[in-house]
Design a protein around this ligand. Structure first.
Ligand code: 6PG
Length: 479
């Protein structure tokens, strides 16, 4: 019984993915782990599953039907390279190696190029949904060649989450496109989480409601346009009581947010591409700020406003926060899709943005009904330059912007940090602006560095002789 798919690396994500694969009709799964014990544990715990255990790479390759396809689920970085090297030794041209980890897309581009030399296909696939998603249906974002998709497509469709009857997997684009899109997914995840955290903080400080009461607010929001997995789990976390102290769990968790780097990659990449993902960046930086206790310690006594947040009508305030959250969330997704668009242009990928939004509707961490609206927007206008200018979002922003401004100014006035709310609003107003002070920046650049400027009233490139008689001359364009 030759296996049609293999999994290398049987830690939690790998074994859950292997179990998911084995549970679907038609799949027989070869499994391999560096240390034998994990393989034995998995096959012993799931005697019902169609596993073919292998204890060497040779055995693993021999148990797979051709073209062979194997998904690597090991740590990103050096461990991934080591497994790829071993598989390349035992695989043949036409076979497929899939990296299902959170690899940096530039590593994926490099690996794809190197592996392609051997005639073997290398596919970087973003897989989202955590341990539970891996087991029951993740959202999958594969890159790689068209040839590999012929074999992989049906297998990945068999295990992916399903949204409105459609499997949450699509061939995103060539080489590193899948991992690029997964990276941006994580950036959006960071922004979404930070926005929710700011909303919670404002409600708590503004109304004095307890975490359990705020859990009810989020549960209610989850019935409306904010419906999403992250809102849903926020209610669960806020409702949790700490067994040891009887306190709300959120009050005993150390307030220093961790990060494994994918948010930072999203921002670094956006900086290189010149894409203003300011909301995602603020969310990433907010985690960094929280995680410097020594800096927070010496800053505690910095002067702040006399008065905290004063809220007269708690319900009205909470509705304002909801609208500010919704508007900022639209900005975060708009910025994320802007980065995908720019990445596709830079790396020569053909990425269907509507298809990406559809495969995020289920399985992944940012899953939400909201993604349907993004799909609609790109269906109506595939080349839409700014997602938030689609009619549906314009209507939503129009409804929300008053509340958004009230919340951002209330937060600033009361000395409550709301970096993601406020930077999203600044981005929005920056886009809207008829004129930006960028004109002054150009003047300054020209003054100190003769960097030149363009004029609004005629073509050409100009420089003012600042240290001479201050007349204007035509100049070479230096950008
Ligand atoms: C997913 C998640 C997953 C993980 C990220 C973020 O899509 O399943 O994005 O990949 O949660 O690595 O983790 P950090 O918050 O630790 O950076």
């Amino acid at each position: 019984n030759a296996a049609n798919i293999g999994v290398v690396g049987l830690a939690v994500m790998g074994s859950n993915l292997a179990r998911n694969l084995a549970s679907r009709e038609g799949n027989t799964v070869a499994v391999y782990n560096r240390s034998r014990s994990k393989t034995d544990e998995l096959t012993a715990a799931h005697p019902e599953a169609e596993f073919v255990p292998a204890f060497s790479y040779e055995e693993f390759a021999a148990s797979l039907q051709k073209p062979r396809a194997a998904i690597i689920m090991v740590k990103a970085g050096r461990p991934t390279d080591a497994v790829i090297d071993s598989l390349v030794e035992v695989f043949e041209p036409g076979d497929i190696i899939v990296d299902g980890g959170n690899a940096l897309f530039t590593d994926t581009i490099r690996r794809e190029k190197a592996v392609r030399e051997t005639g073997i296909n290398f596919v970087g696939a973003g897989i989202s949904g955590g341990e539970e998603g891996a087991l029951n249906g993740p959202s999958i974002m594969p890159g790689g060649s068209d040839e590999s998709w012929v074999t992989l497509g049906p297998i990945l469709k068999s295990i992916a989450a399903v949204a409105e009857g459609e499997p949450c997997v699509t061939h995103v684009g060539h080489d590193g496109a899948g991992h690029f899109v997964k990276m941006v997914h994580n950036g959006i995840e960071y922004a979404d989480m930070q926005l929710i955290a700011e909303a919670y903080d404002l409600i708590r400080r503004g109304t004095g409601k307890s975490p359990a009461e705020i859990a009810d607010v989020f549960a209610e929001w989850n019935q409306g346009e904010l419906e999403s997995y992250l809102i849903e789990i926020t209610a669960e976390v806020l409702r949790q009581t700490d067994a040891a102290t009887g306190q709300p769990l959120v009050d005993v968790i150390l307030d220093q947010a961790g990060a494994k780097g994918t948010g930072a990659w999203t921002v670094q990449t956006a900086l290189s591409l010149g894409v203003p993902v300011s909301g995602i960046a603020e969310a990433t930086f907010a985690r960094s700020l929280s995680s410097h206790p020594e800096q927070r310690e010496v800053s505690r006594d910095l002067p702040g406003p006399e008065e905290g947040l004063k809220v007269d009508d708690a319900d009205a305030f909470i509705e304002d926060v909801r609208l500010a959250l919704y508007a900022s969330k639209i900005v975060a997704y708009s910025q994320g899709f802007d980065e995908i668009r720019a990445g596709a242009a830079e790396y020569d990928w053909t990425i269907d943005l509507g298809a990406v939004s559809k495969i995020w509707r289920a399985g992944c961490i940012i899953r939400a009904q909201f993604l349907n609206r993004i799909a609609d927007a790109y269906a109506a206008e595939p080349e839409l330059p700014v997602l938030l200018t689609a009619p549906y979002f314009v209507e939503a922003l129009g409804r929300a912007q008053g509340a958004w401004r009230r919340i951002v100014s209330a937060a600033a006035g009361a000395g409550i940090p709301a970096p993601a709310f406020s930077s999203s609003l600044s981005y929005y107003d920056g886009l809207r602006a008829e004129r930006l002070p960028a004109a002054l920046i150009q003047g300054q650049r020209d003054f100190f560095g003769a960097h030149t400027y363009k004029r609004i009233d005629k073509d050409g490139t100009f420089h003012t002789l600042w240290s001479g008689d201050r007349t204007e001359i035509e100049a070479e364009d230096t950008h």
